[in-house]
Ligand binder design. Sequence first.
Ligand code: MG
Ligand code: MG
Length: 278
Amino acid sequence: GVALFPDDGEDAGTLLRHADMAMYAAKREGRNNFQFFSPAMNAATHEHLLLENRMWSALSAEGFELHLQAQVALDTGRVIGAEVLLRWHDSELGAVEPSRFIPVAEESGMIVPLGDWVLARTMALLAEWQREGLDHLRLAVNLSARQFSGGSLIERLDELVAHYGIDPAQLELEITESAAMRDPENTRQLLRQLRTRGFKLAIDDFGTGYSSLAYLKLFAIDRIKIDRGFVKDIEHNPNDAVIVAATIGLAHSLGLTVVAEGVETQAQWGFLRDKRGD
Ligand code: MG
Ligand code: MG
């Protein structure tokens, strides 16, 4: 991290602080590189601290809520479950977009208590549905890379399942392709343990990271989720259409089911239904 006198600061303390910020920016880019300080880093750090502070109070003040995004079976048109999405309406900041707060939560480690809150709330909801006879519906929860590799995930899930008395098969855990590929061997073992417990497992945002088809075969997963980025222009963009069709074919040959994200039009629905195969 590099900060230069006098543009980036006129005293040692300021220069060191700014060099430090530049160093963190360099680390985010990976190892073996350097970054010069820029005023934008200062603004980003300020925003980061503000959001982190507000998130802590929102967590204790019930500022977060869960929204459900329905998952529908193509052949019957029936809702078979939903993905649980975290939404934040802050008492001071108003509605904060996930694209703004999730990266800050990831970076600060806040994502761990936040993710835990989501898991507990989701299981509570599943328990409620079970009592109401809605146990054919499953809920999918997004796991962050930190939760996934943190070492205490299995223990925590066991605890929550026992506490809420739910059937693990009703809970689908989604892990993104890039998180799964960070440490493939660890992922493989963890997925196996989760599978043994009966949880459903899905690879999220498929096609957006470094997909390793070899690992796809080794991972004990049930489902692939095609990223909405491919679904959006499926009718107009031949590349997207080919990628989606190939992914569906690949998944089915591996014995996996597929969820397409962000289906919003009849034409998208029709395309997916035609490509569904058997
Ligand atoms: Mg997801
Ligand atoms: Mg997704």
